[in-house]
Write a protein that binds this ligand. Structure first.
Ligand code: FBP
Length: 481
């Protein structure tokens, strides 16, 4: 039998109907109402964002809104995150005329685009390949003028920026600039990033985090079972996630490794190396010369001594290109040295792994597929009501989709000033692991038990069909509150 063009699972996923809140089923019967309780951004931002600084937050409720045909441009920005195509599907199914800017924000600046005429083959599929993505930072006068020119040339009612903290900073800057220049294109952000660090009191989670963590957890579980079977290797696994250690924490809760480092604990390199060496020695005393250790890609941001030992490059937003830094290798070298000084020379075997890109473009979990489709519809509703400078915020994500609350919050509320490549810039504040919240508290209470006894959990592959307990559960860190 000849091979089919797409895999049977790809085909089956194209047919999946995302579950969404009832309000999103017909956007002619909803409207956004202003709500109170907006967080005040630092007053110094008012000067830079005079037109969007005082915007209120909104909640989607039943009501009437206009049904006219609107045109939007959409773009993916930054790293891939599973579910992005469903955001576009949501815009498309909302009846909007959709064009996509190619390869990220540069597509907007350079007016490179395509009309989205067909979306069915991309429904519930991973990656951003419909449009491509990129990391261009929009900040120069020329870039802003070009973006404005593009929006005007296409007569766009809305621009949907699907991105992480830096991309939504771009969205806030563009919203302000468009308003200041009398341009009617409303700019709406959609929270994306596997890193899980674009969160706030309103934004419970960025999309892509769940799919990435479940992909990594499957692999970690498999590696742990191999370690337990062969009993001869220490597997040192670095996990993607710039700055914050949300991914390590989520995967640790899913797999119970012998040790997981959380950058936010801010321990010195010396303490970290001693901790890993202690673990290895104690397990050796218990007759176990194998184990699994998770380390976050962003460790380097919390442990200044690490960056002194490694060559550091930055992206256009001033973020360190962490995925290209081999922190895991350096940590192993230092641990081997430490073990040597403890007279354990050459006794242990290490395998290093980096889990990153393989989790960003997988078939989205049901959670991400549902969430992204709802985000697409919600952003369409925001454009219909002419909201600008806002980001979509869906709440109650620990509950079934029909109980989700649908909000739009001003992006400026999420911003603060930060030093980037030596200059203070207004950016969205990344949310790091909160050491007082349930997921970390549970982890820190349990980890002692995982050190010597092996309590590995084996989550297995992402499940799409069957018992909802297997298919529909979102990330642990949301479920735990
Ligand atoms: P975003 O913040 O743009 O979503 O990207 C996150 C990320 O996947 C990080 O975890 C990682 O450090 C980085 O992208 C890798 O970037 P690149 O794809 O440019 O190598």
């Amino acid at each position: 039998m000849p091979l089919q063009k797409i895999s049977p699972l790809q085909k089956a996923r194209q047919q999946y109907q995302p579950r969404i809140p009832a309000l999103l089923r017909d956007l002619r019967n909803v409207h956004f109402k202003e709500i109170t309780g907006a967080r005040k951004p630092p007053e110094a931002l008012r000067k830079l964002f005079p037109k969007t600084f005082d915007l209120p937050s909104y909640q989607l409720v039943a009501g009437k809104s206009g049904g006219e045909k609107l045109k939007v441009g959409a773009l993916f920005s930054g790293g891939q995150a599973a579910g992005g195509h469903n955001v576009i599907a949501g815009l498309f199914d909302a009846g909007l005329d959709v064009i996509g800017f190619l390869n990220g924000p540069s597509g907007l600046v350079e007016n490179r685009w395509m009309a989205v005429k067909e979306i069915d083959s991309f429904r519930n599929q991973g990656g951003f390949d419909l449009l491509g993505s990129g990391r261009t930072k929009i900040e120069t006068q020329t870039q802003l003028d070009s973006a404005l020119k593009t929006a005007l040339a296409h007569n766009l009612d809305g621009l949907i920026i699907i991105g992480g903290d830096d991309s939504n900073t771009n969205a806030a800057i563009l919203a302000e600039y468009f308003l200041a220049h009398g341009c009617n294109t409303r700019v709406v952000g959609v929270p994306k990033t596997i890193d899980g660090d674009l969160r706030s009191a309103d934004i419970e989670m960025s999309f892509g985090f769940d799919s990435a963590c479940k992909t990594y957890s499957e692999i970690i579980g498999n590696i742990a079972r191999d370690a337990l079977s062969a009993k001869k290797y220490y597997h040192i696994i670095k996990l993607m996630g710039r700055s914050a250690s949300h991914i390590v924490l989520e995967c640790a809760l899913a797999t119970c490794p012998n040790l997981a480092l959380i950058g936010e604990e801010r321990r010195s390199l010396e303490v970290i190396v001693a901790e890993i060496a202690d673990l290895i020695c104690h397990r050796h005393d218990a007759g176990k010369d194998y184990g699994v250790v998770l380390i976050p890609e962003g460790l380097i941001e919390f442990v200044p001594e690490l960056s002194k030992n490694l060559k550091v490059e930055k992206d256009p937003h001033g973020n360190v290109l962490l995925s290209q830094i081999q922190t895991e290798k350096l940590v192993i070298d230092l641990v081997v040295k430490e073990l040597h000084s403890r007279k354990f020379q050459g006794k242990f075997n290490f395998q290093e792994h980096f889990l990153g890109y393989e989790g960003r473009a997988c078939l989205p979990t049901n959670f991400d597929a549902n969430y992204c489709y709802a985000l697409g519809l919600l952003s369409a509703a925001a454009v219909r009501q002419k909201l600008t400078g806002v980001i979509c915020a869906i709440q109650n994500l620990h509950l079934p989709a029909d109980q989700w609350q649908l909000k739009a919050v001003p992006i400026v509320q999420l911003m603060h000033f930060e030093m980037r490549t030596g200059v203070e810039k207004p950016v969205i504040q990344k949310t790091i692991v909160d050491l007082k919240r349930n997921p970390y508290v549970y982890f820190s209470r349990s980890r002692k038990l995982w050190e010597i006894e092996d309590h590995y959990r084996y989550p297995g592959p992402i499940q799409f069909y069957g018992d909802p307990e297997l298919t529909d559960c979102g990330p642990q860190s949301i479920m735990m509150g």
